[in-house]
Design a protein around this ligand. Structure first.
Ligand code: 5AD
Ligand code: SF4
Length: 442
């Protein structure tokens, strides 16, 4: 009987993408995908960015082992992949007897052979290699069929923000070659993807020889079938005039920009080693809006970074008000072992962090609602991605990445429809169907 596998993924969109590619590699090696815990092999694709990541992992591993015991099944083979695997390594095998393999984010193309070795009796497998020949060259071709797809074009980070584990878990900045990216994008478009989201920890640092990020976006947008291009996440320091121009010139490039600022205070930005100040960031926003006035801008914020004063925090609130974000994520600072900020003695109390988080989230919520309310009355295209809760209800994305609910018995996933936005809440809008532009093709 063929062995079955299930993958559970935590964290960012790149982890979602990695999980898809692991799934494709395992399927190509003859395993069958199963949706649940009863699979013979369970892959936990972990995230290390904020607290309790390791605790969450051990809890999950314990649950898997306990469930198998209760049901009288042998314990599934458990593989831990992703950023906790890279950060904790063999420590994971020491902490729990229930994990069989630990494989880092740059080594997961080897998962099929490592699982074979495990089945042949090799124990305590740890592969944290960051090989010179990247994993992408060893992975099978994309098979995913979906209206919207992720595509990793750049990975890793050389910025070393004082709070962040990514340079340690994902390694140094590396770009995939243009030709490999285009081949993958064509494959995804053949599978019916109308929308492609280019992923990278510093996606706009992407380069291949003389080609920069703007050229990449242009080339992906030119692929037949690709109607929408998005990208995430950008670093302010890597924004180029070419990237700003891309928003003016490429119709397929959606009017959406995720440009994390982390803090509105110059003092904190410097302590975070962000390599830019508030004025530099605000000037970039102005330049983007000059070429694309309707751009939806989103951000990430950290509150309670070591040494952050009330006045520093007020600078974050005022920056959020000033920009008028369409949406933003905000997090309490979480000390990560091995990062410079974790060593500082001026850590703030949980209470202060919680209070600040609440205030910032209220401000962002109000700004998101205002952005959505300003959209009411607009006519736009929506790419239908999933069913809503009620009968005949469908949910898709506007060009500005807002969730739009459309009710119609004729629709299906993958349709591109034209709607009028008729009502707005903080997290979604309602759209009235005008026409179905193209029917699902996947
Ligand atoms: N504590 C809290 N938030 C963090 N982020 C990254 N590292 C930390 C940390 N140590 C947030 C940043 C980043 C997002 C992906 O996660 O805001 O942009
Ligand atoms: Fe989490 Fe960052 Fe790793 Fe993504 S890259 S899984 S956000 S630690």
């Amino acid at each position: 009987m063929t062995r079955s596998f299930a993958i559970k993924s935590f964290g960012c969109q790149m982890n979602v993408y990695d999980a898809e590619r692991m799934g494709e590699a395992l399927a190509a090696s003859g395993l069958s995908e199963s949706g649940d815990d009863k699979a013979d092999i369970i892959v936990l694709n972990t995230c290390h960015i904020r607290e309790k990541a390791a605790e969450k992992l051990y809890h999950e591993v314990g649950r898997i082992a306990a469930r198998a015991r209760e049901e009288g099944r042998p314990k599934p083979v458990v593989a831990v992949t992703g950023c906790v695997a890279q950060a904790e390594g063999a420590e994971i095998l020491k902490r729990t007897g229930s994990v069989d393999l630990v494989v880092g984010p740059q080594a997961y193309h080897r998962l099929p052979e490592l699982l074979e070795a495990q089945a042949a009796g090799v124990r305590d497998i740890v592969d944290l290699d960051m090989p010179a020949v990247p994993k992408f060259e060893h992975l099978p071709e994309r098979r995913r069929r979906a209206p919207s797809a992720f595509l990793t074009v750049q990975e890793g980070c050389d910025k070393f923000c004082a709070f962040c584990v990514v340079p340690y878990t994902r390694g140094a900045e590396a770009s995939r070659p243009l030709s490999a990216i285009l081949a993958e994008a064509e494959k995804l478009a053949d599978g019916g993807a109308l929308e492609i989201t280019l992923l990278g920890q510093n996606v706009n640092a992407w380069a291949d020889g003389a080609s920069g990020f703007g050229e990449l976006v242009r080339a992906v947008a030119a692929i037949p079938g690709v109607e929408r291009v998005r990208y995430t996440t950008s670093h302010p320091r890597d924004v180029t005039p070419e990237m700003i121009r891309a928003h003016a010139e490429i119709p397929e490039l959606m009017p959406y920009l995720h440009l994390p600022v982390q803090s509105g205070s110059d003092r904190v930005l410097q302590a975070m080693n962000r390599k830019h100040d508030r004025a530099f960031y605000l000037d970039l926003i102005r330049q983007f809006r000059d070429v694309r006035p309707d751009l939806a801008i989103t951000s990430d914020f950290i509150v309670g970074f070591p040494g952050e004063t009330d006045a520093d925090f007020e600078d974050s609130i005022s920056l959020a008000h000033g920009v008028g974000y369409a949406q933003a994520f905000s997090f309490k600072y979480s000390p990560r072992i091995g990062t410079p900020a974790a060593e500082r003695e001026d850590q703030l109390s949980e209470e202060v962090k919680s209070e600040r988080l609440q205030r910032l989230q209220d401000a962002i919520g109000a700004s998101a609602l205002a952005f959505n309310q300003r959209s009411v009355g607009l006519v736009c295209e929506v790419l239908i991605e999933r069913r809503g809760r009620r009968a005949d209800q469908w949910i898709g994305k506007s060009p500005w990445l807002q969730s739009v609910v459309v009710t119609d018995p004729q629709l299906t996933m993958g349709d591109m429809v034209q709607v009028e936005l008729v009502a707005a809440g903080p997290n979604s809008l309602e759209g009235r169907l005008l026409t179905r532009k193209t029917a699902a093709q996947w």
